[in-house]
Design a protein around this ligand. Structure first.
Ligand code: GLP
Length: 249
């Protein structure tokens, strides 16, 4: 696990963008795993700029980590809608090659199996972008999720619903369930980039990098993945031991 500490959010986003652009230069038909949340927005803004400067995404395929259950793709808080808004509508990617689990499918068990089959057909995912929940979740794999899970439906922790309430009018409107790539799905990706910014993430980052590998802190499993780069800003790095840091960029 490489740990890169950058000065601030902007520098974190710059570094992450470089990593994605290197991947696309190496393999223009890359399969990217994408995350929602506030953290990757700076990265997506920069990818849009790269497109405006000539980079094409026509050969790229994307798989998003997760989606709320029951919102439907037209709901402004559905991750499908958010991804269109923050990235896909602003680049030349073929929308048919951008996958988000669940969608309008109300038969969630078959939607999970379908998503795994799609990843198998198009994959493996070359580069997976991950954010970090305050409770250590990756995707929507909440504490206690077994490490051998594939795409599945999960009941969201109250803490996660409260954390995500900021995007909704009230807590009641935040869905209680989501569909998410499983931990095993994530661990099968070839390269993983974890982004975290701000002091509120410092404990989650410490567990990710230095904690015991345990389902209580789902992100800790990433310690045993062969190819992980953790890109964080100084604020998020505050609880780390100095020798855990690979590079200050
Ligand atoms: C959300 C998403 C995750 C995201 C995480 C962190 O609930 N399901 O995919 O990475 O929580 O979000 P943020 O980047 O807004 O802190």
């Amino acid at each position: 696990m490489k740990v890169i500490v950058t000065k601030n959010y902007q520098a974190m986003s710059d570094y992450a963008t470089k990593h994605v652009l290197e991947q696309l230069a190496k393999k223009p038909d890359s399969v990217l795993g994408l995350a929602t949340g506030s953290t990757p927005i700076g990265l997506y803004d920069r990818l849009i700029k790269a497109h405006q400067s000539g980079l094409s995404f026509q050969q790229v395929t994307t798989f998003n980590l997760d989606e709320y259950q029951d919102l439907g793709p037209n709901h402004p808080n559905s991750y499908r809608h958010v991804m269109d808004d923050v990235l896909f509508d602003h680049i030349d990617i073929n929308k048919d090659q951008t996958y988000v689990p669940g969608g309008e499918d109300d038969k969630y068990q078959s939607a999970c199996e379908k998503y795994e089959a799609l990843i198998k057909d198009h994959g493996p995912i070359d580069l997976q972008v991950l954010g970090l929940g305050l409770n250590g979740h990756i995707g929507f794999n909440e504490p206690g999720t077994p490490f051998d899970t594939l795409t599945h439906v999960i009941e969201l922790d109250e803490s996660t619903r409260k954390q995500n309430q900021r995007f909704f009018d009230s807590l009641d409107e935040v869905p209680t369930h989501a569909i998410t790539m499983g931990i095993k799905t994530i661990m099968k990706t070839k390269d993983i980039m974890v982004l975290a910014s701000g002091e509120e993430k410092k404990e989650a980052v410490k567990q990710l990098v230095e904690g015991k590998v345990t389902t209580t802190f789902p992100c800790s499993i990433l310690q045993i993945h062969p190819n992980v780069t953790v890109i964080i800003d100084e604020a998020a790095s505050q609880a780390l031991q100095p020798d855990s840091i690979t590079e200050k960029a």
